[in-house]
Every structure is written in structure tokens, then in C-alpha cells.
Design a binder for this molecule. Structure first.
Ligand code: ARG
Ligand code: ZN
Length: 420
């Protein structure tokens, strides 16, 4: 009898948790739009003094009037934060009421569940799985795929890139794609895997893919920040930076650590900040490894692509200054064409433009650095979505998110081949 009673209570608790209509809350994502300077200040305070994680903007410095803030609020600080917002009449709504459920869903490995018809590429994968995939992909395609060890991470994990080579034409050019600079942006590594799979499967059938791979080798780095990525799978899903230890805080923002107007406005010299630039440019083994590789290969690599999420944007240099890049019009035209294709074929809209003008000043980024190194076609992708799920994009969205990015990548790569 007693057990039955307990069971009954537990079952109801479970439904309550799932519906989310009650005192028992899960971690949530709030969308908040401050309308006055006072509200801005309170919001800055909330996002720094309470146990929350800013999703958008990337740092509390950028919170401003009439601009949406996306804030991750853990269950235990939910009522405190909501009371505070209420007290100052700051309007907000719940973007996601069930973050824990979504997180759990993303980590479930569908292959063990025969009912989920999703393939390997339609799921998110742990770092260990991705390392296995790298090995398997190289083994199964010995004539086309080579593994390159670029270096190792702060916690001594290997940084593997794949090199795709479909023929041995002399003086072949190359393109580079890196994914997973920022740990919590899981759709990014998923895209790199998707891209490699698509290239291998469709080379013979898709004329765009074959013209690209006939003219270029492709380097793909699926996870540039393996320590951070692993940490999002084991400990904190909202982690952004790498995991290097400084005196009081952990992690450097690898996309502020490159030698491009390093640590000026738009980056932080505070080790606890999510946009901490590090002790000096390339202080981090991950950014140094990528920079070293590109320095050696700068004469062959003509196109640099780096994949992030979220907000649906296609950005190009500069991000560290409002000045226009020397081939600004070229870059603008390419981005525009890529975005038009996404709209036409996938009915989704992306913003495009130079980083500084389209989002915010952000120095020390890999795209600006690669550009100044001489790789004149350099783009940052911000994949889906616009904030509905943000970093917690459900796995069922992977195919469309990747396919629309893929068409943009193809468009840009073909343009580069045409121009050079
Ligand atoms: N969301 C990316 C970041 O904050 C944007 C990168 C754009 N490029 C740049 N160099 N900041 O890192
Ligand atoms: Zn990012």
C-alpha cells in the first residue's frame, strides 16, 4: 500500500515536471526586452550577480534598450530572477520551459532506440563518438581522406582535421572549415560531420560537389575546442570557452584569442568573462595549432570558413573594426548570393554583412586573422536558429540546418573557384 502511494505521488510529480505548469520548474530560457536604461542596468546585474548564463548578447556589456536578451536561468534561481524582473516591471516571456528535457533528448543516442528512424548524422555526438567517426571515415575512404594531427588541446586531447583529396592535380588550392570553436554550439560539429559525409556520398552524383572537390582539397576540423565540447556533455551544457586554467577562472574564448586587434573593444581581459581574450594572442594551444597550420598552408588555402551558432547570419571581415575589407564588395556579393539560395531553397532567412556592422565589434576572431594572413575569402556562419531553441536546437532540426548551410558553402566555394 505504502509503495503504491509513493508510486502515485511520483507519477504525478513526473507529469507536473513535464507540463511545467507549477512550482516545480526546470531550467528555463527567458526572453527579456528592457525598455529603459534602468531596466538595462538591472538586467546587467541579474546576468552577472545571479547564477544565470547569457545566451544573447554574448556579454552583459552589449545589453541595451529595446533589444532582446536570451537568458538561461537554472531552476534554483528561477523564482529569485523572476521576482526581480517583476518588481521592476521588466517584461519577459519563457522561451523554453523545459531545458532539462531538451538537453536530455539531445544526449540520447538514437541508435539504441529502434523507433527513432534518425541516422548517425541526424544526431548529436559525444567527443568520443566523434573521434571514432574520424577514424572510421579515414579507414573506409583510404584514398580520399587523411587524418592530420594539428596539435593538442589544453587538456591534451588531439586536434584532428580531415583532409579530403579527390585527385592529385598539381597546384591544387584548398578550403578550410572549422567547427566547434565554442563548446555549446552543438550544431556546428554536427555540420562538419554532415559536410564530410555529403562530400563523400555525393561526389559522383552532385555536380557542385564534384566541381568543388575537383578543384580544391578540403580541410575539415570537426571540433576545434574538444575540452569545452566534452565539458558540455559531462558537466555544463552552457559552456562556451576552452578549459584552460588561469588564476581564478577557467576558459579563454578561442574566438577572441587570435592576433587580430587582439583584446581591444569587444573582448574582455577578465578571465571570468565569457569573452576573455587570454593572456596574449594564441596563448591557447587550440588557436595556436590552427594558426600554425594556416600559416604553413596560406598559399594554398583560399577560403576560410568557421561555423558557429546561433542567429542565422553569414559574416565576413572585419569584426575588429568598422572599416571595410579591401574586397568588401566581393565578399558582400558572395554572401548575398549564398543567403538568396538559402531563402529560395529552404525558405529561411539569414542576415549577412561585415561582422562589426552586422552584430558587434569582436576582435581576435579567427576569420579576421585568417583574412589578414592573406586568405581573402573568409566567412563566419551563424547557423540556426534565431532563438527559439538557441543552443538547444533539437536533433530533428539538424538536417535542415545543415543542408541550408551546405548550399551556402557550395555557393561560396564555387564563386572562389571562379574568381581565382
Ligand atoms: N558569435 C561570434 C562570436 O562572438 C561571431 C564571430 C564573428 N567574427 C568575429 N571575428 N568576431 O565570436
Ligand atoms: Zn560561436
Amino acid at each position: 500500500m505504502k509503495t503504491l502511494l509513493i508510486l502515485f505521488v511520483l507519477m504525478n510529480l513526473d507529469t507536473l515536471l513535464k507540463t511545467g505548469h507549477c512550482i516545480v520548474t526546470q531550467d528555463q530560457i527567458l526572453s527579456i526586452t528592457p525598455t529603459t536604461q534602468e531596466q538595462v542596468d538591472i538586467l546587467k546585474n541579474v546576468s552577472t550577480q545571479y547564477e544565470t548564463v547569457l545566451w544573447q548578447p554574448v556579454s552583459h556589456h552589449y545589453i541595451k534598450e529595446e533589444t532582446q536578451v536570451h537568458l538561461f536561468v537554472p531552476a534554483n534561481s528561477s523564482s529569485t530572477v523572476k521576482d526581480l524582473l517583476q518588481k521592476h516591471s521588466i517584461t519577459h516571456h519563457v522561451l523554453l520551459a523545459n531545458a532539462n528535457e531538451l538537453i536530455e533528448m539531445q544526449m540520447r543516442n538514437g541508435s539504441t532506440d529502434p523507433r527513432s528512424g534518425s541516422t548517425f548524422y541526424e544526431r548529436y555526438h559525444s567527443l568520443g563518438d566523434i573521434y571514432h567517426w574520424i577514424n572510421r571515415t579515414a579507414q573506409e575512404n583510404p584514398d580520399k581522406v587523411k587524418i592530420i594531427l594539428l596539435g593538442s588541446s589544453y587538456e591534451k586531447r588531439p586536434l584532428y582535421a580531415l583532409k579530403l583529396t579527390f585527385n592529385d592535380r598539381p597546384n591544387k588550392k584548398a578550403m578550410w572549415i572549422d567547427c566547434g570553436i565554442h563548446a555549446r554550439e552543438w550544431i556546428s560539429p554536427a555540420f562538419c560531420l554532415w559536410f564530410v559525409q555529403h562530400s563523400l556520398a555525393f561526389y559522383t552524383f552532385n555536380s557542385d560537389i564534384s566541381s568543388i572537390l575537383d578543384n580544391m582539397d578540403v580541410y575539415v576540423l570537426p571540433v576545434m575546442n574538444p575540452d569545452g565540447y566534452h565539458y558540455t556533455w559531462t558537466t555544463n551544457r552552457m559552456w562556451r570557452k576552452n578549459r584552460s586554467v588561469s588564476n581564478n577562472c577557467i576558459g579563454v574564448d578561442l574566438n577572441r584569442n587570435f592576433d587580430a586587434n587582439w583584446c581591444t573593444e569587444g573582448a574582455s581581459d577578465q578571465p571570468c568573462s565569457d569573452i576573455y581574450c587570454g593572456a596574449f594572442p594564441e596563448s591557447e594551444p587550440e588557436s595556436e595549432a590552427v594558426a600554425n597550420f594556416l600559416r604553413i598552408h596560406k598559399d594554398t588555402v583560399q577560403l576560410y570558413l568557421t561555423i558557429h551558432s546561433y542567429s542565422q547570419m553569414l559574416l565576413f571581415p572585419y569584426s575588429y573594426t568598422f572599416d571595410e575589407a579591401e574586397n568588401h564588395n566581393d565578399l558582400l556579393e558572395m554572401a548575398q548570393e549564398a543567403v538568396q539560395k538559402i531563402r529560395r531553397y529552404y525558405h529561411n532567412s539569414y542576415k549577412y554583412g561585415s561582422g562589426a556592422k552586422t552584430i558587434y565589434l569582436a576582435p581576435g576572431g579567427s576569420d579576421d586573422w585568417a583574412y589578414n594572413l592573406g586568405i581573402k575569402y573568409s566567412f563566419t556562419f551563424e547557423l540556426q536558429d534565431r532563438g527559439r531553441y538557441g543552443f538547444l536546437l533539437p536533433p530533428s532540426y539538424i538536417p535542415k540546418a545543415c543542408n541550408e548551410a551546405l548550399i551556402a558553402v557550395k555557393t561560396i566555394a564555387l564563386k572562389v573557384i571562379e574568381k581565382t
